[in-house]
Design a protein around this ligand. Structure first.
Ligand SMILES: NC(=O)c1ccc[n+]([C@@H]2O[C@H](COP(=O)([O-])OP(=O)(O)OC[C@H]3O[C@@H](n4cnc5c(N)ncnc54)[C@H](OP(=O)(O)O)[C@@H]3O)[C@@H](O)[C@H]2O)c1
Length: 327
């Protein structure tokens, strides 16, 4: 194994963020990388950056601070808040090119955005496609898009608008018949996927062996579970010791629900966005089952562990019971 055939220096935006903190945790656990947090100079979470992570404080109004922070880095991971101004990610990508950073993992971390039509329908493509295109146009870096599906414990916890469950009221809204299977990942699995990906040899060390470079300007698909809402429901019954008859079940047509949410979002009601997003991914056309759609996932290549659905469900239930929301 050649020491020069592995990534050493990794920079991350969002080291203390929702998914970023799990990525950092797993990188530190593996202990193969030197991790630098690219963080705003006035970041409210500066004090939570874990020991063992270097900090490069930046000022997005001065692009030279971004370029300086990225000089010598081999990978830039962007887990940027969706609340940040739209140009923020593009600034980072321009700075990564100016600093000759070979790999950028841009804001993805969810749905299968290789499907550009889907990207338009769920609106996320509006920011993600230009980011990937800019990396390619600048020609100095390659992007790798990490597709993990919705975060499982988060989406279960988010309630009716997302995976449909409200624990306190014991109600569940199913899309269509509730049997559509989608890929979904836990936060730790998302973190492990990135840490393992960045531990692959840059170039293959055996003929056809795995390598980071094979994912240049491509998506990598990982998943914890391939589950339907009915599978989640069965898991919740096991975990809570409740019976199906204890719950009030509602079935909604996913297309109708999507269209109604779309009208609201286009009318300026951003609170309907999660309904739009989740309804569309649960369509029966299988866009949420990227495992089938893309002919497999990279879990084995990366050596990702199999996880226990009920353990992840427990966290989702806790989040739902305690009203833990996104931001
Ligand atoms: N799969 C899913 O279910 C799912 C769910 C939600 C989101 N996502 C995706 O995950 C990605 C990351 O989301 P997240 O929730 O992990 O991010 P986050 O925690 O909301 O924010 C990440 C970081 O963004 C930086 N930031 C915040 N506001 C900023 C601003 N105005 N300008 C510049 N930087 C700012 C902060 O870093 P510093 O304070 O260190 O500067 C923060 O720690 C997004 O692409 C989102 O679409 C996926």
């Amino acid at each position: 194994m050649s020491p020069n055939n592995h990534i050493k220096k990794v920079a991350i935006v969002g080291a203390t963020g929702t998914v970023g903190k799990f990525i950092v945790e797993e990188l530190l656990k593996l202990g193969k990388h030197e991790v630098t947090a690219i963080s705003r100079k006035d970041s409210p979470s500066a004090s939570s950056i874990p020991a063992g992570v270097k900090v490069a404080a930046v000022d997005y109004s001065d692009e030279s601070t971004l370029v300086n922070a990225l000089k010598g880095q081999e990978v830039l991971i962007i887990t940027m808040s969706t609340l940040a101004p739209p140009d923020t990610q593009l600034q980072l990508i321009r700075a990564a090119a100016a600093a000759n950073v070979p790999y950028v993992l841009p804001n993805e971390w969810g749905c299968d955005m290789a499907d550009e039509q889907l990207g338009k329908e769920i609106l996320l493509g509006n920011s993600e496609v230009p980011a990937r295109k800019l990396v390619e146009e600048l020609g100095k870096s390659s992007w790798i898009g990490v597709v993990s599906g919705f975060w499982y414990e988060y989406s279960l916890g988010m309630g009716e608008q997302c995976y449909g469950m409200e624990v306190k009221d014991k109600t569940w809204t199913f899309y269509d018949d509730g049997e559509t299977k989608i890929n979904s990942s836990t936060w730790p699995q998302s973190g492990r996927a990135v840490a393992k990906l960045l531990s692959l040899p840059i170039e293959p060390e055996t003929t056809g062996g795995p390598s980071l470079s094979s994912y240049k300007n491509k998506f990598i698909y990982v998943s914890s579970f391939l589950v339907s809402q009915k599978d989640m429901f069965a898991s919740v019954l096991r975990v809570t010791g409740t019976k199906e008859s204890d719950w009030t079940i509602k079935y909604e047509d996913s297309t109708k629900r999507y269209q109604e949410a779309q009208k609201k979002v286009f009318g300026g009601d951003r609170t309907a966005f999660p309904t739009l997003l989740y309804s569309r991914i649960f369509y029966k056309d299988g866009v949420g089952n990227f495992e089938a759609r893309r002919g497999g996932i990279a879990n084995d290549t990366l050596g990702l562990p199999k996880e226990d659905l009920d353990e992840a469900t427990k966290i989702g239930i806790y989040r739902n019971e305690n009203g833990l929301k996104y931001h």
